[in-house]
Design a protein around this ligand. Structure first.
Ligand code: ATP
Ligand code: MG
Length: 420
């Protein structure tokens, strides 16, 4: 062991487990790529003000969880705590929205950083795959994103997740509701911090996890009863489209999300096998965000799914991903000439698209065969001086144990045909 350990709340992803993370990311991305979403990558840090405005001054993310710092050059930056603000910033900066082809549909995958109390499913460095559809107000777009996330989870073999759905209203109806909720909250027995929150962003009080707060919220007014006609019609259409797609969801009239910028459609994916860190992903419509960060009006919708919690959900459901062995052929040379010959064969196999590996480090037969087994390879090719003198190598089927001599010049074609 070295003197150093990974920082608190972080983890190293190591083989073979790391393959699961790659597979989860790929599975979430696949339906997006097939649906017109283009890949976007943004920096790991941004101007701190982008998150203050784009995530919200009163959110836990900005007030408590952000890694903000000043550079040697005096810039105030923050490690990104989430993806949406950065993606929208990048789209606006490069004028993607002006190409006359809205919505701009983007997907991303990366690391995010929040200074939280580490526990299972909650880390200080974690991984998300997300999608954003920028610049269109269309219930079919909200429905598309929910359906694609559902498809991604199902393709992984998950079934014990639920989709919670709500509408947060818009700039017409939300202020009326906000005032009504504030009136209600002022009459409750709340601590000073929570009362202050009720002043700045009363909807977020609904999201308070403490039982002593939740208990008092049973009779809180519901946004549902305040939605304007346009928001009601919009929400009904989203619900109809998702239902028609055969995707089950639950109406959750109290669902609000941690970020300030959500409007109308809001949703969360929860998994019932995860204990208290049950949210595997979430998202919604954020029609006001672009203007909040200095852009034009660009109604948009998106989600982010947590890769870490998705992996935990797979474990909770006992799903074994069908991960193909990384190596198909393992070469075991005995002696110097065999090293040269088999190394050349391995290179040739790789060029022809066959995953192949080699016993490095001059191991003896026993140690090398152990490595061959560990690699998960279907076949081993073994050659010593006598084999080469006869112009052959030994082809060993690692499953049946059966072994036969194959001509040195035929081995690549033979393996290609066997591995089909
Ligand atoms: P929570 O209420 O659990 O803190 P959140 O609302 O802060 O979640 P979002 O900002 O919506 O989470 O992020 C989307 C997803 O990213 C979450 O559903 C979760 O799967 C994942 N996620 C968020 N924070 C963390 C974290 N600290 N560690 C691991 N995964 C996380
Ligand atoms: Mg959080």
């Amino acid at each position: 062991m070295s003197t150093f350990k990974a920082p608190k709340g972080t983890y190293d992803l190591l083989p073979p487990d790391s393959a699961k993370y790659l597979a989860v990311r790929a599975a979430i991305a696949a339906p997006l790529r097939d649906s017109g979403y283009g890949y976007i990558e943004t920096p790991g840090f941004e101007n701190v003000e982008l998150f203050a405005r784009g995530v919200g001054e009163s959110t836990d993310i900005v007030t408590k969880e952000m890694y903000a710092f000043e550079t040697k050059g005096g810039d105030r930056l923050a490690l990104r705590p989430e993806g949406t603000a950065s993606v929208l910033r990048a789209a606006l900066e490069s004028n993607l929205h002006k190409t006359g082809n809205l919505p701009v549909k983007l997907w991303y995958s990366g690391s995010y950083y929040r200074y939280e109390r580490p526990q299972k499913g909650r880390y200080r460095h974690f991984s998300q795959v997300g999608a954003e559809a920028i610049g269109a107000e269309d219930p079919a777009l909200d429905a598309e994103l929910i359906i694609l996330a559902d498809q991604a989870y199902r393709s992984l073999g998950l079934s014990r997740f639920r989709i919670l759905l709500n509408s947060l209203g818009d700039k017409e109806c939300r202020p009326v509701y906000r005032a009504a909720l504030q009136g209600f909250l002022r009459g409750l027995d709340l601590d000073e911090d929570t009362l202050r929150r009720a002043d700045i962003n009363p909807l977020r009080v609904l999201d308070d996890k403490r039982p002593e707060v939740q208990k008092q919220l049973t009779d809180a007014p519901l946004l549902r009863d305040y939605l304007c006609d346009a928001c009601t019609a919009y929400h009904d259409e989203v619900r109809e489209l998702i239902t028609a797609a055969g995707v089950a969801f639950e109406d959750d009239p109290k669902l609000v999300r941690g970020l300030d910028y959500y409007t109308r459609t809001t949703f969360e994916f929860v998994h019932d096998g995860l204990g208290s860190q049950s949210a595997v992903g979430g998202g919604g419509r954020y029609d006001g965000l672009s203007e909040m960060i200095g852009g034009p009006a660009l109604p948009s919708v998106g989600w982010a799914l947590g890769v870490d919690r998705t992996v935990l959900a797979l474990e909770a459901e006992g799903v074994e991903l069908d991960l193909p062995a990384t190596t198909s052929v393992f070469a075991v040379p005995l002696g110097e000439e065999a090293r040269r010959v088999l190394f050349a064969k391995v290179t040739e196999l790789r060029k022809n698209g066959v995953a192949a590996d080699f016993a490095y480090g001059g191991k003896g037969l026993k140690g090398a065969m152990k490595s061959a087994h560990r690699s998960g390879a279907r076949y081993a090719i073994v050659a010593g001086e006598r084999d080469l003198a006869e112009g052959v190598v030994q082809l060993k089927d690692m499953e049946s144990g059966e072994q036969r001599a194959i001509g040195v010049n035929e081995i690549v074609a033979e393996l290609e045909s066997r591995l089909g």
